[in-house]
Write a protein that binds this ligand. Structure first.
Ligand code: ADP
Ligand code: MG
Length: 262
């Protein structure tokens, strides 16, 4: 059975989309079957996968609101060698329309049911807010991967985020677990980042990935070429870090150490 991992943090600009695109490509490079779902109306993960969001014939809107079968919505020719469900501004309308439909929290979960066995990993790139789309992601996921920057107040924000995830999980998905906390845009020369990183490890222990994603300009440049970093500059520190993260996720999966959030 494949694993569904939601990449979430209410804060914008923490590296959710960069993580989603690059971890999906890294997993696909290890010969796993991977689906990436872009749930953010900004469509950055879509563009970063080499798919023009303005041209996408179907998006999460068709999947969630029109209930089109998932096989008709999936786009299979992406630069990252994974399958994609696209997003664009239409997904904003989906967020609003979800309020009016039956079983609105479990639309995504139900939509994924036919392909859960087909894919080894399904990653969901969440929008930077706690809206109905994020609720759908939490209801559909087996676990949540939380990217964060080691900044002042980061720990406070993370504790609040974990509480929110816990509350949400207790309502829509009691089986939900924390996949891991990922330090992104890390600069080891920054003393504050090192301090926050230490506090984070003390507080969240094994939940913090050993792999750290460095601040690396290649990761920021690759999306403008519509590709994950490993197909833009495979020797960059950024693309190597995401390959290492994929390895760590696979090893953790084998250890099978689950920590329920609720
Ligand atoms: P989110 O999806 O959480 O809003 P993004 O992944 O879009 O965050 O990242 C925000 C910005 O930071 C983007 O411009 C992205 O290219 C850049 N970025 C993300 N991770 C890194 C990194 N490790 N090094 C350098 N730039 C990064
Ligand atoms: Mg994003």
């Amino acid at each position: 059975m494949g694993k569904v991992i939601a990449i979430a943090n209410q804060k914008g600009g923490v590296g959710k989309t960069t993580t989603a695109v690059n971890v999906a490509a890294s997993m696909a490079a290890t010969k796993r079957k991977v689906l990436l779902i872009d749930l953010d109306p900004q469509g950055n993960a879509t563009m970063g996968s080499g798919v023009d969001k303005y041209d996408a014939p179907n998006t999460c809107y068709e999947l969630l609101i029109e209930e089109k079968p998932i096989k008709d919505v999936v786009i299979s020719d992406t630069t990252g060698k994974y399958d994609l469900i696209a997003a664009n501004a239409d997904v904003t309308a989906a967020e609003i329309k979800l309020m009016e439909v039956f079983a609105r929290e479990v639309r995504l979960r139900n939509a994924l049911a036919p392909v859960r066995n087909y894919y080894d990993f399904i990653f969901i790139d969440c929008p930077p807010s706690l809206n109905q789309l994020t609720v759908n992601a939490m209801a559909a996921a087996d676990s949540v991967l939380v990217p964060m920057q080691c900044e002042y107040y980061a720990l406070e924000g993370l504790t609040a985020l974990m509480d929110t995830i816990k509350k949400l999980a207790s309502v829509v998905n009691p089986e939900l677990t924390i996949e891991g906390v990922l330090r992104t845009m890390y600069d080891p020369r920054n003393r504050l980042a090192n301090d926050v990183s230490e506090q984070l490890k003390r507080h969240f222990g094994e939940q913090v990935y050993r792999t750290v994603i460095p601040r690396n300009v290649r990761l920021a440049e690759a999306p403008s070429f519509g590709t994950p970093a490993m197909y833009y500059d495979r020797s960059s520190t950024g693309s190597k870090a995401y390959l290492a993260l994929a390895g760590e996720i696979l090893r953790r999966g084998k250890k099978d150490s689950v920590s329920k959030v609720s």
